[in-house]
Design a protein around this ligand. Sequence first.
Ligand SMILES: [Zn+2]
Length: 253
Amino acid sequence: MVFIDVHCHLDFYKSDKRIFERIERAKKANVGIIINNGVNGNANQKILEMVEKYPEIKAALGFYPVDALKLTEDELDRELRLIRDNLHKIVALGEVGLDLKENPNLKTQKRIFQIFIDMAKQNDKPLIVHSRRAEAETIRLLEENDMKKVIMHCFFGNMNLVKRIIDNGWCFSIPTIIKFSEHFQNLVKIVPISQLFCETDSPYLHPDKKRDNEPANVVEAYNMIAKIKGISLGECEKKIEENYKRLFESNNQ
Ligand SMILES: [Zn+2]
């Protein structure tokens, strides 16, 4: 059995020891694939180092929408070059998207997001998408670009938007807070399992509202999905592993 955490930020930890301990605990819990998402230049650099050291870690490189706004054009070019130069080492582009909670500058955010959309399309990489308080705008832009391989991370949009995402054939990654979040429990009821992944967003969003979430806890999201769908944990793991192979390991967009 291999559980998969498609969205976390272990690069957040400065000490290698703390990263190593978390990977060891993940392995003990049968979490064998951990996609670490980049949110800025330092994170992207560190993630590239981490994938050399730890076979369980897979890289997604990207730029958190709000962080990207802090860069000059030259800095942005440099960061994008790092990502382009390392496309062969990564399984996805993320975390990218739009965020109107922290910053209202939609125009610039859309321009930068478009760069990542183009890069994903040209290189057949899935996009791991952040859409806080900008859910409709994010979906519209992805639709205009006729995107196929999309994972909506920790999606808080309404159920009409959820249905639109289902119709577009995109996926959701369900955070471990589904343990207490009615929103995600309802979302899982209507989304086919062929469009689901699980994530921790660790060290954030702990399933028991504690500090320091970690990839080992991703099993909690699997457990809830299995329960809601009325299937065994093994069946749930198998289906999501198939989704992983379809999105991350095939080149057929
Ligand atoms: Zn994240």
